[in-house]
Design a protein around this ligand. Structure first.
Ligand code: HMG
Ligand code: MG
Length: 312
């Protein structure tokens, strides 16, 4: 990778309050969620997934979705807020919220689809086709996630051609953005380059996002491959929180601080203040009561400890 002719700006989509918190064992109060989201916005995050309107029986951690959105009604209007919506019932639950976008989701394999949403791929596509017009009617953007695009925890390696076909079907539904999920963090740069090469004829590349989990420590090098291929939207989670409860072994997302540090080192603008982001990482650790894996966060905390010792 030569890092030449890269985009000048990357859209960072913060998914920690959803992808991160959906996977935390601890019960996090609505107030703490709102405090974390507010501080992320203050750090310059402009695109943020607030929560999820899925079944509270399946994801009890996000059962307070309506309350989270209600308490965040006054977020500045230039902040793009979204939430996962699995079906029409979930969409009805978003009605009182000021979400500017809703995120529909499905899987590239039948087994993951069944485990995650109790639907076949065909049923998932039909459900999405039902939700998209509802959102469009309410002047909302629609982001779609396609999960397990490289590998599935149940079916192994995924055929890129079947992924391309599902991307085509989603794009035909006139979604605004399509995020390709490496749900179990199994991708490598060559797999990323190959998939982008296969999908780029489907639509403008500016519509595609990459969503890496960092299970095998490959997330950032996969971002580099995505940048090289022309992708300019990346999902990440503060401190590297996260995982998929229906994908065993899936680790957290790529940490937002690691992504931003890397992008800034390439002179790519994000609009995010890295120092403020570190404060958000510390706050996330306090709220969930455990150390987060984000490497940049760990390094800064260690440096600060050393400096404080030197002062004593
Ligand atoms: P189901 O059990 O098949 O649903 O779940 P159902 O339609 O048969 O309904 C069963 C009950 O749930 C009924 O209530 C419904 O009313 C209720 P009851 O009559 O038993 O009292 N129900 C709901 N309640 C609230 N909100 C709703 C809703 N829908 C039904 N929206 C369902 C099907 C899709 C709902 C369920 O499987 C589900 O919620 N799954 C979500 C799982 C999930 O959130 N997974 C993680 C997110 S995906 C992910 O992390 C990947 C991603 O990050 C990208 C990547 O990394 O690749 C996005
Ligand atoms: Mg995910």
């Amino acid at each position: 990778m030569m890092f030449k002719n890269l985009t000048k700006h990357v859209k960072v989509v913060e998914v920690g309050p959803r992808d991160g918190l959906q996977n935390e064992a601890a019960v996090i109060s609505t107030k703490d969620k709102v405090t974390l989201i507010t501080s992320l916005v203050k750090s310059g995050i402009k695109n943020i997934e607030l929560t999820s309107f899925v079944s509270p029986k399946w994801i009890p951690q996000l059962a307070d979705a309506e309350d989270v959105c209600h308490l965040l009604k006054a977020l500045p209007s230039d902040i793009n807020t979204s939430a996962l919506v699995p079906n029409a019932k979930g969409y009805v639950r978003t009605k009182e919220s000021k979400l500017s976008c809703i995120a529909v989701f499905m899987s590239a394999t039948e087994t993951h689809s069944k485990k995650n949403i109790n639907k076949t791929i065909a049923e998932a596509l039909a459900t999405i086709a039902e939700i998209v017009p509802l959102a469009k009617k309410d002047n909302r953007k629609v982001r779609a996630y396609l999960s397990v695009v490289f590998a599935c925890p149940y079916e192994g390696q995924v055929n890129p051609l079947s992924v391309v076909e599902l991307c085509r079907k989603l794009i035909e539904m006139e979604i605004d953005e399509l995020s390709l999920g490496d749900t179990i963090g199994a991708a490598t740069p060559s797999m990323v380059l190959d998939l982008i090469d296969k999908i780029k004829s489907l639509d403008d590349l500016s519509k595609f996002a990459l969503h890496f989990h960092d299970t095998r420590g490959m997330a950032l090098v996969n971002v580099a491959a995505g940048l090289e291929a022309g992708v300019a939207i990346f999902d990440s989670s503060i401190g590297g929180m996260g995982g998929c409860p229906y994908a065993p072994g899936a680790a957290g997302n790529l940490a937002t601080e690691d992504l931003v540090y890397f992008l800034h080192s390439l002179n790519i603008e994000t609009g995010i203040d890295l120092a403020k982001l570190i404060d958000c990482g510390r706050l996330a650790e306090q709220i969930i009561g455990r150390t987060l894996p984000g490497r940049y966060l760990r390094a800064v905390i260690a440096e600060q400890k050393l400096q404080n010792k030197a002062k004593c």
